[in-house]
Design a protein around this ligand. Structure first.
Ligand code: CMP
Length: 146
């Protein structure tokens, strides 16, 4: 199991002022933030990011929504990160998300579901590389407190 996952705080949660609360929730759940940035994806970038869902009926709407405003992208570290993060954020559809999960607390709908989380170690690496170069991803050794 890998120790890296990738997340995005989606435009709805950014618009609703939940960036701080979500990053706090994620930190308190034991994830270390190795990289973070706020940016707005173009429609083309959103289409490329979600290319695996190209054939799905919701692809157009999803990519429209994901490029409708800024997102916060981050690389997170924890043992067994992909699975642990999926547990922390809850089910894709917030109607099915467990109490206390990020989506239960902050999601509006299956599309505007507050955050994205990688579904495999392989996709975590691909998705992290979509937003960050290796020099933007920090190891613990780069975070010296004096
Ligand atoms: P995310 O984790 O970003 O990965 C793919 C996204 O597609 C998912 O979260 C949802 O926001 C969205 N999605 C999945 N299923 C549906 C659906 N049935 N209708 C609309 N959006 C969906």
């Amino acid at each position: 199991m890998g120790n890296i996952t990738f997340t995005m705080i989606k435009p709805c949660a950014v618009r609703n002022g939940h960036i701080g609360a979500i990053l706090d929730h994620v930190s308190k759940a034991g994830f270390r933030i190795k990289a973070v940035k706020m940016m707005r994806m173009s429609k083309k970038e959103a289409e490329a990011f979600y290319a695996v869902h190209k054939e799905r009926p919701f692809y157009g709407e999803l990519t429209e929504f994901m490029s409708s405003g800024p997102i916060v992208a981050a690389v997170l570290e924890k043992d067994n990160a992909v699975l642990a993060y999926r547990e922390t954020i809850g089910a894709t559809n917030p109607a099915n998300a467990a109490e206390g999960t990020v989506r239960k607390l902050y999601a509006e709908s299956i599309q505007a579901n507050a955050v994205h989380g990688s579904d495999s170690d392989e996709n975590a690496a691909i998705e992290a590389a979509f937003f960050f170069s290796q020099k933007d991803i920090f190891s613990k050794e780069g975070e010296i407190c004096v």
